[in-house]
Design a protein around this ligand. Structure first.
Ligand SMILES: Nc1nc2c(c(=O)[nH]1)N[C@H]1C(S)=C(S)[C@@H](COP(=O)(O)O)O[C@H]1N2
Ligand SMILES: [Mo]
Length: 425
C-alpha cells in the first residue's frame, strides 16, 4: 500500500522531462520575452516597412522596362502580375536613385526586426496537432507562405547585393514572383492580426495566449530592453549601409555595402564602377580610334560613325547620377555627348522612338538593353563620350555609353557598339 502512486508520479515526471526537450512541447519554450506586446510592436514595424519594400520593389521593376523587350527581363508569363507596369518617367532625375536606395537600405535595416519577429512566434510553428480544423489548416499554410516568402525575399535580396548577381538572369523572376506570394500572405496576415496588434501595443491588455511561455525562466532583460537591442541592431545596419547612396565621407561609412567604403580612384573618372572593362572582356583593340564604329540603324538605313564623327555632332551636357538596382548610387556626374534623340533623327526618326542598345561586350545580362521612346526623347539622355570634363575611362564605358535620367544603372549600357531605333513593341 502506498507504493503504487510513486511509479505513476515518476513516470509522469519522466514524461514531462522528455516532453520539455521537444519543441512541440509548450514547456520547451522558456523565454519570458515572448508575448503579445513584443510580437505586436515588431509586427507593426514590419507592416509599415514591408509595405514600403513591396511598393518600391514594384516600382523598381517597372523602371527596368520589363514589358518593352525580352532583353530587359527574363520573367516569363508575368500575366496579371504585370498589370501595373507603366512608362517609367525621366523626371526627377534622382527618382530611381531614391527608390532603390530606400528599397535596399530599408530592406537591410529591417533584417533584425524580421528575425526577432520570427523568433517571437517560433513556438507556434511547432504546435500540435498540425491542424485542428480546416480554417486552422489554412491559417497555418498561409503562415508557411508568410515565413518562407519573407525569408526568401530577404535572402535573395541580400545575396544579390553582396554576391554581385549570384543568379544572373534569374534574380528578377525569383524576387518578383516571391514578392507577390509573400505580400499576398502578408496582407492576409495583417488583416487578421492588425486589430489585436494595435490593442496590444496600446497596452490595454496583455493577453496571455499561445505566445506566452507557460513556465517562463526568470527574465535577464526587459521586453523594452530586448526591443532596444533589436532597434540597435537595425540602427547599426542602417548606419553601415546608407552611405552607399552618397559620395565622399558618407560613402566611407558604408562599410557593409559592396559599393561603400572608398571610391575606386580619384579624378574625374574616380567614381563607383560596377563591372570593369576587364571583367566585361573589352579588348582595347576593339575600342581604338581606327577600329571602333557606332552602328546606327533606323528607318532610313544604317550609319557607321567613328568617335571623331560623333564628337563633331552637337554635344550637350547633363548632370545625372548612376543608380544601381543594388541600391548604391553616385551623386550627379557631368556627362557630355550626343543626344539620343539627335542620333534617332540621323536615321530617320524625327519623333522619339524606342531604341535597342548593344554593347561590345559579348556575354552577360547587361550587354544589351531596351529604352523607351520617352527616355530617348528626353533632352538629357545622351550617348556620352566624356564625363566630368574628360574622356570616359575604359571602366566607365569608353568609347561611348548611354546615360538616361532616372533610369536604373542596368539601362545605362557601357561600351556601346550599336543603336537600333524603332518601335520595340
Ligand atoms: N555593357 C555593360 N554595360 C553596363 C553594365 C554591364 O555589366 N555591361 N553594368 C550596368 C550596371 S548594372 C550599372 S549599375 C552601371 C554602372 O556604371 P558605372 O560602372 O559607370 O558606374 O553600368 C551599367 N552598364
Ligand atoms: Mo547595376
Amino acid at each position: 500500500m502506498g507504493r503504487a502512486p510513486v511509479p505513476a508520479a515518476v513516470a509522469a515526471y519522466g514524461r514531462s522531462m522528455r516532453d520539455q526537450r521537444l519543441p512541440t512541447s509548450p514547456d520547451f519554450w522558456r523565454s519570458p520575452l515572448r508575448g503579445t506586446w513584443f510580437t505586436s510592436v515588431l509586427g507593426l514595424v514590419l507592416l509599415a516597412g514591408i509595405t514600403v519594400l513591396f511598393v518600391t520593389g514594384l516600382l523598381s521593376y517597372a523602371a527596368y522596362n520589363p514589358d518593352l523587350s525580352p532583353v530587359n527581363d527574363q520573367t516569363p508569363d508575368k500575366g496579371l502580375l504585370g498589370f501595373y507596369l507603366f512608362s517609367w518617367p525621366t523626371r526627377p532625375a534622382w527618382l530611381y536613385r531614391l527608390n532603390q536606395g530606400v528599397h535596399v537600405t530599408l530592406g537591410i535595416t529591417l533584417i533584425p526586426v524580421l528575425l526577432a519577429k520570427l523568433w517571437s512566434v517560433v513556438p507556434k510553428l511547432f504546435t500540435l496537432p498540425p491542424a485542428r480544423s480546416l480554417a486552422h489548416a489554412l491559417e497555418r499554410i498561409s503562415l508557411l507562405l508568410l515565413v518562407g516568402g519573407g525569408l526568401f525575399e530577404f535572402v535573395t535580396g541580400v545575396l544579390n547585393i553582396q554576391l554581385d548577381y549570384v543568379f544572373p538572369g534569374s534574380f528578377y523572376p525569383l524576387h518578383f514572383y516571391g514578392a507577390w506570394v509573400f505580400f499576398a500572405a502578408f496582407v492576409a496576415h495583417a488583416v487578421l492580426k492588425l486589430p489585436a496588434a494595435l490593442r496590444n501595443v496600446r497596452g490595454l491588455r496583455e493577453e496571455r495566449g499561445e505566445l506566452h511561455a507557460p513556465r517562463p525562466d526568470p527574465p535577464t532583460v526587459s521586453r523594452r530592453g530586448a526591443l532596444g537591442l533589436v532597434g540597435g541592431g537595425s540602427l547599426l545596419l542602417f548606419g553601415t549601409t546608407v552611405g552607399h547612396s552618397f559620395d565622399g565621407v558618407a560613402r566611407q561609412t558604408a562599410v557593409l555595402a559592396p559599393h561603400g567604403g572608398s571610391e575606386p580612384g580619384s579624378g574625374p573618372n574616380g567614381f563607383q564602377i560596377n563591372k570593369t572593362a576587364a571583367y566585361a572582356r573589352i579588348d582595347p583593340a576593339e575600342t581604338a580610334a581606327d577600329a571602333w564604329r557606332l552602328v546606327l540603324t533606323g528607318r532610313t538605313g544604317t550609319l557607321r560613325l567613328s568617335r571623331a564623327d560623333l564628337a563633331r555632332l552637337p554635344l550637350y551636357s547633363s548632370a545625372l547620377p548612376i543608380a544601381c538596382v543594388e541600391g548604391w548610387s553616385t551623386s550627379n556626374q557631368w556627362w557630355r555627348g550626343v543626344r539620343l534623340r539627335d542620333l534617332a533623327a540621323l536615321v530617320g526618326h524625327d519623333r522619339p522612338t524606342d531604341v535597342y542598345v548593344e554593347s561590345l561586350q559579348r556575354h552577360g545580362a547587361f550587354r544589351h538593353a531596351a529604352l523607351r521612346a520617352n527616355q530617348v526623347g528626353d533632352e538629357r539622355s545622351l550617348l556620352a563620350l566624356y564625363v566630368n570634363g574628360e574622356d570616359l575611362d575604359p571602366d566607365h564605358g569608353f568609347p561611348a555609353r548611354v546615360i538616361v535620367p532616372a533610369a536604373p544603372g542596368v539601362l545605362n549600357t557601357k561600351w556601346v557598339a550599336r543603336l537600333t531605333f524603332g518601335d520595340l513593341r
